[in-house]
Every structure is written in C-alpha cells, then in structure tokens.
Design a protein around this ligand. Structure first.
Ligand code: T46
Length: 132
C-alpha cells in the first residue's frame, strides 16, 4: 500500500520539544499547501475519498485520531497520537478518519493546491479506477 510512517525527529531540551518539517528532507515532496482540522465533533467520520494524484503527509500535532486506509485490495487502520508521527499517503488510497479526540488538531501537508477535480468521492468509481 502506498502509505508510509515517517518518524519525525524531535529536538527536545529542558524548554520542551520542537519538530521541523522540511521539504526534501523529512517531507518527500514540495509543499504547496498546509491545512488543519480541529474541533471535530464526537463520533464524526471524515474523508470518504481518494485522490487521483495528490500526496500528503498527515500529523496529529495534538490529540489523536484513526485512519482507515484502503487501496482497493487491503484495508489497514492506523492511529496517530503523537506529533512525531507523520503518515505519508499517496494517490489512490481511500481514506476515512474517525475517533478524533476532543483536542485533536490534524495537520496536513500537501504537494498540490486544493483542486476538487483531484478527488474520487464515489467508492465504486475508486474500485474501478484501482482495478485498471
Ligand atoms: C484529505 C483528508 C485527510 C478547502 O477549501 N481547501 C482545502 O485545502 C481543503 C482540504 C478543503 N477545503 C474545503 C472543501 C470542503 O468544503 O473544506 C471543506 C471540507 O473539506 P473535505 O470535506 O474534503 O474534508 P475531509 O476531512 O473529508 O478531507 C480532507 C481533505 O479534503 C482531503 O484531501 O485527504 O482531509
């Protein structure tokens, strides 16, 4: 599956912790867009789509949530619960996010600007596309 865990180096000292995200170093693409989700309601499930070309790295900078990732053949569940964990998700991976903790701030770095035409929001169309 085109999904990878990235262990992000923490620079910690007596003042606290700091993690740097740098394109071409720990982020394997040029970053065109950053967005973040917060105040996600209890029991809410988001996502329900794949991307045709977009690559993203997701970090729970605060709190936790779970991802269900599906490449059309296999489904895996991943829990993000620490700011030192990055999750690289490449194209044609169906994703659903859920079990957001109340304090969850989910930050996403993307290699492209927002473009609705890059989304596959219909699961049957996704399965057809990955079968080809
Ligand atoms: C993804 C997962 C992890 C924008 O105007 N600009 C943006 O950059 C984004 C990401 C969204 N929007 C608008 C489009 C919708 O009206 O914000 C609204 C919520 O977006 P959406 O329903 O797509 O959110 P999620 O949580 O289902 O999915 C998002 C990303 O869209 C998606 O690329 O991989 O987070």
């Amino acid at each position: 599956m085109k999904v990878q865990f990235l262990q992000l180096q923490t620079h910690g000292d007596e003042r606290g912790s700091l993690i740097a995200l740098e394109e071409g170093k720990n982020i394997p693409f040029s970053v065109k867009r950053v967005y973040y989700m917060f105040d996600t309601g209890k029991g809410v499930r988001r996502g329900f789509h794949a991307h045709k070309t977009l690559k993203q790295v997701v970090v729970a900078v605060r709190g936790s949530c779970r991802f269900m990732l599906d490449d059309g053949q296999e489904k895996i569940e991943i829990r993000l619960d620490h700011p030192c964990q990055g999750l690289l998700i490449e194209s044609f991976i169906w994703r659903e996010m859920y079990d957001f903790s109340e304090d969850c701030v989910l930050m996403v770095l993307a290699d492209q600007l927002y473009e609705e035409s890059d989304y596959v929001r219909d699961y049957a169309s996704f399965l057809t596309a990955v079968a080809q």
